[in-house]
Design a protein around this ligand. Structure first.
Ligand code: AMP
Length: 431
């Protein structure tokens, strides 16, 4: 590393050891969102951080935490809460790399894994906690170390914060936040604009510096946006036709439900397209294993629900396929943001039926871009009709016979019941 190199990082106020780290991990110069966010965070300010998917937000909030931690290390120094377990794992892995030279103690507190092991980690008074709100709130209610040491937390970070605003999740966040005496706050997401006021209201006595990069450009310019139009009845035939055309390219397919995710994954494997899946009804060890298989390119395709739409940083994703048009427009931005990261090129293809026209128009409005149509020769598409129909039948029969369908229905019922219960208790509280 030559003197003079990495000067732009130095100008942000970063210490020598972090400049060396940038050299080691080949960060040649700071990304715009890092230029905006690192100085105020180092100056002790609260920040709202927003920029496109894949634009370097993790380092933007992690570098200041690590720098101040290295100057006065104690536990628990920072809490980072995020929208799903896989994202928490990814942030923990990244911070572990960033902080490798400063003897960092991290605790990953997420659901689906043994809580007794996590309690043990808390016993070692970690410097940084990375977790999901539910598990953190649960452990806080039972663990004395956590209750004692959380008071002096210096940084309180909410990543993918717009996704965390759902009432039950927000209640858990409040339980954690209320135990921290005077933390510095960073609220982070690619899609903040619709919720900025709500966040400011939630943190009524907090002043925020707004670190918002390029608010007009909602999606990375390296992503191409396309659609395929088809009648709903023949969607599966188009899907297989499209997937065969992608010829070995690393692809994420987004599906609307866990069950559909499972079915599409089976369908792809039936047609010898190596696929794996990620959804909330899988046990955590399978979620981690399947994601690892996709990351390491053992599987060409990952079929996922929106659990994979936020934050996941997988450099080689070439295509994002929206098997369904997302109901929430902001989810489109996050889904397609799994490709075209850090300046690479990627393509998003949305499967659009006669029922989706309005929603596609709303998405085009949001991203201020027109999607380009891909036209397939229908005769060629329908040539696979018999094979696809047969395969779907076989998959459905297998799912019935091995109890998978029943499992999905049971879990779905449980979800609906708990939603109704929550709604009931909220209405009770309001009346
Ligand atoms: P993130 O948006 O934080 O998930 O980052 C997206 C990708 O950009 C990750 O692979 C980071 O390692 C990479 N990255 C972040 N900051 C820089 C930088 N200054 N120079 C080069 N790559 C970066």
């Amino acid at each position: 590393m030559n003197s003079g190199e990495y000067q732009k990082f130095e100008e942000l106020g970063l210490d020598q050891w972090l400049l060396k780290l940038c050299w080691k991990i080949d960060y040649k110069e700071p990304r715009p969102i890092q230029v905006l966010s690192i100085p105020p965070l180092l100056q002790g300010k609260n920040v709202l951080i927003s920029s496109q998917t894949g634009s370097g937000k993790t380092a933007a909030f992690s570098f200041p935490i690590l720098q101040t931690l290295s100057q006065d290390p104690y536990g628990i120094f920072a809490i980072i809460l995020t929208a799903n377990r896989e994202l928490a794992v990814q942030i923990a892995e990244q911070i572990q790399i960033f902080g490798a030279s400063v003897n960092l103690r991290l605790a990953l507190l997420i659901g689906g894994l043994s809580s007794s092991k996590q309690v043990k980690l808390l016993g070692q008074i970690p410097h940084i906690i990375i977790g999901t709100p539910g598990r953190c709130a649960e452990l806080l209610s039972i663990d004395v170390n956590f209750q004692k040491y959380i008071k002096n937390v210096k940084y309180f970070i909410l990543d993918e914060v717009d996704r965390l605003l759902e009432p039950q999740i927000w209640d858990d966040i409040k339980k954690v936040y209320e135990q921290c005496e005077s933390p510095q706050i960073a609220l982070v997401s690619a899609t903040l604009n619709n919720v900025t006021q709500q966040l400011k209201d939630e943190f009524a006595n907090v002043n925020f510096v707004e670190c918002i990069n390029n608010p007009e450009q909602k999606v990375s310019e390296t992503i191409k946006h396309k659609f395929v139009l088809m009648p709903d009845l023949v969607k599966d035939y188009y899907f297989i036709h499209l997937m065969k055309k992608l010829e070995g390219a690393s692809t994420i397919v987004f599906a609307p439900t866990c069950r559909k995710c499972h079915e599409l994954n089976e369908l792809l494997n039936h047609f010898e397209i190596k696929s794996t899946c990620l959804h909330s009804m899988l046990p955590q060890h399978e979620r981690i294993g399947n994601l690892r298989a996709y990351r390491s390119q053992k599987a060409q395709v990952l079929v996922a629900t929106d659990v994979a739409s936020r934050g996941l940083d997988i450099p080689n994703v070439k295509f994002v396929i929206n098997w369904n048009v997302p109901k929430v427009e902001a989810d489109y931005i996050h889904r397609v943001g799994r490709t075209g990261r850090a300046g690479r090129r990627g393509t998003a293809i949305t499967m659009m039926t006669q029922f989706d026209v309005e929603r596609v128009l709303a998405i085009e409005n949001l991203i201020t871009l027109k999607m380009e149509e891909i036209k397939f020769n229908e005769e060629k598409v329908l040539a696979n009709m018999t094979d696809v129909t047969k395969a779907i039948k076989t998959i459905k029969i297998k799912m019935q016979q091995d109890g998978t369908t029943e499992k999905f229905i049971d879990l779905q019922k449980k979800k609906v019941r708990s939603k109704q219960k929550r709604k009931g208790s909220q209405e009770e509280q309001q009346s």
